[in-house]
Design a protein around this ligand. Sequence first.
Ligand SMILES: [Fe+2]
Length: 487
Amino acid sequence: MGEGGGFQLGTVGALSLSVVSSVSIVICNKALMSSLGFKFATTLTSWHLLVTFCSLHVALWIKLFEHKPFDQKAVMGFGILNGISIGLLNLSLGFNSVGFYQMTKLAIIPCTVLLETAFLGKKFSRSIQFSLSILLLGVGIATVTDLQLNLLGSVLSLLAIITTCIAQIMTNTIQKKFKVSSTQLLYQSSPYQALTLFVSGPFLDGLLTNQNVFAFNYTPQVLVFIVLSCLISVSVNFSTFLVIGKTSPVTYQVLGHLKTCLVLTFGYVLLHDPFSWRNIFGILVAIVASGLGLLAAAAGNWGLGSGLGNERGLTAAALPDLPYDYGALEPAISGEIMRLHHQKHHQAYVTNYNNALEQLEAAVAEGDAPAVVRLEGAIKFNGGGHINHSIFWNNLKPVKEGGGEPPDSALVWAINTDFGSLEALVQKMNAEGAALQGSGWVWLALDKGSKKLSVQTTANQDPLVTKGLHMVPLLGIDVREHAYYLQ
Ligand SMILES: [Fe+2]
């Protein structure tokens, strides 16, 4: 559910892992290229991707995500383009200062917006256009100095920006068109990305460095850094996946800027990167502009919606995504009902719960006891509605994913032991539900104390936990669900 201490610990852990691994990989690669002379950036990236693919394969194997094959041509085209863009980004890091590389990455967001406006006819609000122009200005100021110093690096950066923008737009369109997650997409496209770089890497690296990657003197120190770099790349991918899953897109953006600052500091202090004041000024302007962009987003212009709940405090709730499409349960439940039930009803519980929490915070701070007591009802009702519905969505499953089938053998055994048969359990739940006065929930619960299954009912939106911490909800049914009145 997201309310317990374990959740907060998990989020903090994911955020820390993300910061530490992202900063470490930049430093590790920079050390490998600058200090140890291993300048074969593209070849190194192909090894990263191979390791990433293998680790995702393991993640698939331990069921961290589901495999969902789709249009092979799209996967291949996307993989190859991504391979090219990753190679160019790495080349940009190899041939520029860490600061210039970070600016290259910052320029990707406004360029994506420009391309989407120009070619896809997308509209962005004035406040976003404004903050993005400041961001571009900052990027411009910071890059002027490096442009004079390093023409090859600048050209590589420009190419990296263009290919990355197209790849990012493709990421969005493919995910929407084929309804796949970012992890499913990465898993299927990473072999193509790896292959593109594996084949082109040695040529490209040879051309740019006048050295042969196969003839390089692989000292133990170089090997250690290469293995380290590959291992950190797994952690980068894994933590990105975790952070986006556990928090909101806004958190991920803010985290990105924190990483930028850390990388810049490390680059300057440890690796003695050359910095000009103009460079630092440009970066500051860019970061301020991104902050403005985030404010615009927070005002709702960017459509980041419910994910923002996490920004107010760790206790705020957010509407969870459904584990399937709205229409996936048809013909049993219509897509229209699922959408209404999720986007309107469940969202209302989340919003009202967060509002009540905010008021409670103020009341506690002011020592206003009557207000604290008065808010208890709203927190119980709306918090309960959020908890119950979050369980409810996971109780349902589309037929093609095994929905509508009898439960697995261990649960059937427990049901037979405690109720006689599945039919007897269904009858009992129906009878208890019908006997409920007003609205409420009927639960199939596991009593952790007696290790027995039982049928429980709760009034209104009271969650099962009101019956005691030892009660674990397995299945919940909303007895007077008003979303069903549509059909
Ligand atoms: Fe409901």
